[in-house]
Structure formats: C-alpha cells, structure tokens
Design a protein around this ligand. Structure first.
Ligand code: CA2
Length: 148
C-alpha cells in the first residue's frame, strides 16, 4: 500500500489525442498511462491508472482507494469545476490527492478557474500537458515521505 498510487481521470479524457490537440496536445490517454507506468517502474512503486466519464463512479473509485493506495493523482476533468460530490469524497477518504490538469486552467475561461478539488487537495499541477502526470507522482511521493 505505501508503494501504490492511483491515477484517476475524469470525463472525456478518454478522447485525448483524437480531438482538440491544439488545447490538450497530441498525446492519448494510453500514452499517458505508459508514461505513468514507466515512471512507477523507475521509482519501484505500483500505479493503477483508471478513467471514468461518470461522477458517481469516480466517487466510488475514490472510496475504494482507501487502504489500497498511498496517494491519488486526480484529473477530474470538467467535474473539477462543478462537483461537490468529488470534493466531499476526497475529504472523507483520508488519502492525499494531487489535483492535475493538462492545461493551465487559470489561463482559460473564467468557469475553469473555480476548482472544487483545490481546497481539499494537497496541491495542484496544471499547464504542463502529459508531463504533469510524472511530476504529480513525484509531488505526491514527496508529500507522503516516499520520495526516492
Ligand atoms: O486540462 C485538463 O486536464 C482539464 O481537466 C481537461 C478537461 C477540462 O474540462 C478541464 O477544465 C481541464 C476536459 C478534458 C476533455 O478532453 C478532451 C480531449 C479531447 C477532445 C475533447 C475533450
């Protein structure tokens, strides 16, 4: 458990690399999963990589992380800006969460500048595209004292 991370992706992120490459880059979610698995192998830890388009399923997956994963990297997609349910789930599980976004949400539309995740996350990484995922893995490991 101390050596296991969950990378959880929200709605529409399954479409990465297929549409809007000018906003989100050419990388597919499968490419990002490979990046995370390679990073995990180099750190000697396990990573579980999941995606769901459904808010309630994301809540369930956050609940299920308790006692299984030492930390979570969460790209909640558009639910970032709307979901009290995800915020409450993070507050309830006692597993540290790093909020992750491919794009710099603070430099985009005003509605994207509000995050329900930020107040209950350890911190936020955004604007670095796919490279943000391995950065977030370093960040969460550093936070939980597992930095290598
Ligand atoms: O920048 C991010 O990672 C976001 O979480 C991505 C979300 C967006 O709603 C957030 O404001 C910021 C959207 C993901 C949708 O990804 C698509 C990929 C290809 C085509 C269409 C959407």
């Amino acid at each position: 458990m101390p050596h296991s991370l969950l990378v959880l992706n929200g709605p529409n992120l399954n479409l990465l690399g297929t549409r809007q490459p000018e906003v989100y880059g050419p990388t597919t979610l499968k490419d990002i999963e490979t990046l995370c698995q390679e990073k995990a192998a180099s750190l000697g830890i396990d990573v579980t990589f999941l995606q769901s388009n459904h808010e309630g399923e994301l809540v369930d997956l956050l609940h299920n992380a308790r006692g299984v994963h030492a930390g979570i990297i969460l790209n909640a997609g558009a639910y970032t800006h709307t979901s009290v349910a995800l915020m409450d789930a993070i507050s309830s599980i006692m597993v540290p969460v790093v909020e992750l976004h491919l794009s710099n949400i603070h430099a985009r539309e005003e509605f994207r500048q509000k995050s329900f995740i930020a107040p209950v996350a350890v911190g936020q990484i955004c604007g670095f595209g796919a490279a943000g995922y391995p950065l977030a893995m370093d960040a969460i490991l550093s936070y939980i004292g597992e930095a290598t």
